[in-house]
Design a protein. Structure first.
Length: 94
């Protein structure tokens, strides 16, 4: 019963964090939401008795890829005004 409850909680966290990831306007917020999704997925893998896959999920995706994403975001230094301007350009072309 505890496994089912924990699975439901981790699944809900993964779905809500993925929705937050695609709805964020700032890329750093999206990257942080992606970290939450990866940790929730690792928890689901651990519940499925796959500790190696859970560990690899955290190490590979949570560590390497997201560190690269955050590094690129910091390197680009995207400002809020630029995001609003790009959104207006995108709406004009649709």
């Amino acid at each position: 019963m505890l496994d089912l409850t924990l699975f439901a909680v981790l699944s809900a966290v993964a779905v809500l964090a993925s929705l937050a990831m695609v709805s964020r306007r700032h890329p750093l917020g999206s990257a942080l939401a992606l970290i939450v999704v990866m940790i929730a997925l690792a928890g689901i893998y651990a519940l499925l008795s796959a500790p190696l896959v859970a560990l690899l999920q955290i190490l590979v995706y949570g560590g390497a890829i997201l560190a690269l994403i955050v590094f690129v975001i910091m390197l680009l230094n995207v400002r809020e005004e630029d995001l609003a301007h790009e959104a207006e350009i995108g709406r004009a072309h649709v």
